[in-house]
Write a protein that binds this ligand. Structure first.
Ligand SMILES: [Zn+2]
Length: 464
């Protein structure tokens, strides 16, 4: 997801989905990271399959975490100083001072996401938190991959400024899918990076330069094929930029390995096979109405006091919901499970993780598991957010079974001013946006009616 559009005065939030190199491309990039890492790192064999299977976790988080989307791109050529000089100030805060934070976030933040993730990875290595290090490395591969996708480094991200709309998915999805078997490359050994920020911005600037090749290849292929679909079009497109794609992915894998290697060196070169007190071999969830059951299994345990079970509904604030005793020290496999009652939560997605704690007080986190498409137990409507608002606000509501739903907005005189929902709605959780462009300041009420007899009214304040 890259942009959120608001259509008409009152509308559902429309979402346009762009996924970097598509799930195929991100898997190829992440699959070539561990082989670039030097043998001295002693990475366990589990790293490579983990990095591949978690190559698109960062894209999947966009659904639950509203701060996620900007981390996947930067419209670097929207910066006047880039147009003038070919570079921008590398400090996030300096850009916020210069342009304002909402402008900076709107242009995308991929270079700063990469820098932040590299720093977090260093800390995970220092703490001996290998599961966390693997997860952060998988994300790092994703963000670095996005930073090597030319259409993720320009404001002309879908060719919309050059009459080539749709080129984004033609390039990253159609082309990569069609020719994935030709995307094979040998890997260079990772090297230490002395200035992370310079290093990251350099490859972003290069990606932006690679845009010309992508747009040229698309327009020639379009002219030759007379269309932007089909094998003739794809073949010509590939002929003109397939080599570039392979080079970009190869560099993305190597660059990620450089950053992982650097984090590891800076953390003091810990042995990733060394001290993990508890080896977790699986961690899965099973959802039924109102309940999520977590199951996990350990291969061995050393000095294991137990597991804190942590949950987040916003991908940001984790709360501890239970503690499960461990088995101390054992070389036998052990199975654990815990059932979480979520009937009062009114969310359609949440995430869990385990914090394994040993008797010395040391701890490590499991990977995060996401549970989505939760069917709510009850009808519900939330207080709008933000409130008071200007110019727009979001209202969330939950429908436990397919129902006739109406959601309308009234002014303080009881006159209807907007209809947000009116019709059959499938079971699930939803959000709608109210845009106030044709409303004046004041108190408003929204009323939801759903199913046989669910009716609820809430008050909100528009302050212009
Ligand atoms: Zn992405």
């Amino acid at each position: 997801m890259r942009r959120t559009f608001t259509k008409a005065a009152v509308s559902v939030v429309f979402i346009l989905l762009f996924a970097g190199w598509g799930s195929v491309g991100h898997k190829i990039i992440n699959g070539n990271i561990a082989v670039c890492c030097p043998p001295s790192m002693n990475l366990p064999a589990t790293w490579s399959p983990f990095l591949i299977s978690h190559a698109s976790d960062a894209d999947n988080r966009k659904g639950t975490d509203p701060t996620e989307s900007p981390r996947h791109f930067i419209d670097i050529d929207a910066y006047p100083e880039f147009v003038a000089n070919g570079y921008i100030n590398q400090s996030y805060n300096a850009n916020v001072t210069l342009h304002g934070s909402s402008w900076v976030i709107k242009q995308g933040t991929v270079p700063w996401a990469i820098i932040l993730w590299e720093d977090s990875l260093k800390r995970a290595f220092q703490q001996g938190n290998w599961n966390m290090a693997m997860q952060l490395s998988a994300d790092l591969g994703h963000y670095v991959g996005d930073g090597h996708q030319p259409l993720h480094c320009t404001q002309n991200y879908d060719g919309q400024m050059t009459n080539q709309s749709g080129v984004h998915s033609r390039y990253e999805t159609d082309l990569v899918k069609q020719y994935q078997n030709l995307i094979v490359y040998t890997n260079d050994k990772a090297s230490y990076v002395s200035d992370i920020s310079n290093y990251v911005f350099d490859f972003i600037y290069l990606s932006n330069k690679d845009l010309d090749t992508v747009l040229y290849a698309d327009s020639v292929a379009h002219a030759v094929a007379g269309a932007t679909t089909g094998t003739v079009y794809l073949q010509k497109f590939w002929d003109l930029c397939g080599y570039q794609i392979i080079q970009l992915m190869k560099t993305a894998s190597k660059s990620t390995a450089d950053l992982i290697y650097t984090a590891w060196i800076d953390a003091g070169s810990p042995d990733p096979n060394g001290t993990s007190p508890v080896e977790l071999t699986s961690f899965t969830t099973n959802t039924s109405i109102g309940k999520v059951t977590l199951s996990w299994r350990t291969a061995t345990e050393i000095n294991n006091r137990g597991f804190e079970i942590q949950r987040t509904t916003d991908n940001n604030n984790w709360i501890v919901i239970a503690f499960k005793n461990g088995n101390g020290t054992t070389t036998n496999p052990n199975n654990y499970s815990f059932t979480d009652n979520i009937s009062d939560l009114n969310v359609n997605k949440l995430s869990y993780r385990l914090r394994q704690v040993d008797f010395n007080g040391q701890s490590q986190y499991s990977p995060v598991v996401l549970v989505d498409n939760i069917i709510p137990v009850n009808y519900g409507v939330s207080q709008n957010f933000p409130n008071p608002f200007n110019p727009s606000t979001i209202i969330k509501y939950q429908i436990p079974q397919n129902s006739l739903v109406s959601l309308k907005v009234y002014n303080s005189l009881g006159q209807e001013v907007a209809t947000l929902v009116n019709g059959m709605v499938n079971a699930g959780s939803y959000e709608v946006q109210l845009n106030s462009s044709n409303l004046s300041s004041g108190v408003y009420y929204y009323v939801i009616k759903a199913g046989e007899n669910f009716v609820q009214t809430k008050k909100m304040i528009l302050m212009k």
